[in-house]
Structure formats: C-alpha cells, structure tokens
Design a protein around this ligand. Sequence first.
Ligand SMILES: [Cu+2]
Length: 159
Amino acid sequence: MKNVLKYLALIFITLLVFSCASDDSDQAGNITYELPDNGIAIENAWARPGRINGVSAVYLDLLNGSTESDTLIELSAPVAGLVELHETFDRGDGMMGMRQVEEPVFPGREVTVMKPGGLHIMLMQLIQPLNEGDEVTLTLNFTEAGEITITAPVRSPGQ
Ligand SMILES: [Cu+2]
C-alpha cells in the first residue's frame, strides 16, 4: 500500500512538473523522415532539464528501417539510476498518468515519435542536475539492432 501511495505521489509530482510544459505543437507534421536501409536510426533527440535526485525525460524519433519489428530490451544512462520507457495515458478522472511500457516493439519500416504528452524515455534518480546546454548520453539495447548510444542536448520544451 505504501508503495502504491509513493507511486501515485511520484506521478502527481511529475505531472505538476510536466504539465507546465506541454507545448509539443512545434514541428509536428513538418518533419520528413528518411528511413535507414536497415536497422534503427535515432533522430532529433533532446532531454528536458532536471534536478539532482529528480527526473527528466528524453524525446526522440526512432526510425526502424528494417522490414522486421524490433524490441527494446534495455535502457541505460550514466546520469540516471533508473531509465524506463513510459507512455502517457488518460486516467479517466481528468488527469493524465504515465506508466512503463514493459516490452516495447517498434514495427518495421516505421517512425515512432516520442514527444511531451506521449511516449518518452524517463530518466529517474538523476545523479547530477541537467541544465540547458548539457548533454545526456543514453544507450538503447534492441533484440535485433543491438546497442545504440546517443547523446541528447538538454533544452527546455519549446526551444
Ligand atoms: Cu514518464
């Protein structure tokens, strides 16, 4: 029970932080993607600022150029104690919640866009503050494509 309360409190705090910045209307629809011939490419990655011991999120476009789907099996980042893929959902009480996507599958020949208010990579237990101008290193491990390490600049949403 305690854990549930803790979890709800975490969601609530995160929503407070994140609801101030849901301006994700930029660029959507204007980007044209060129799928790689094979494997996975990551484009347009960025991370939001965060406090030490707090949370941040990485947003990116995931391009699966393979004809086969691929599964994300592990996420890690040196700046975070815990990294998870999250989806945002309607809790039905006028609030949005978020929850972990356990075994995310990315269809072949498709682009998956992660953005505020949708799919995102959650960085938790930050071991250092993330300020604008910093860079975050993130490693994604896929069943087929293997390990892909990227760097994402830290910036405020809408900039
Ligand atoms: Cu999240």
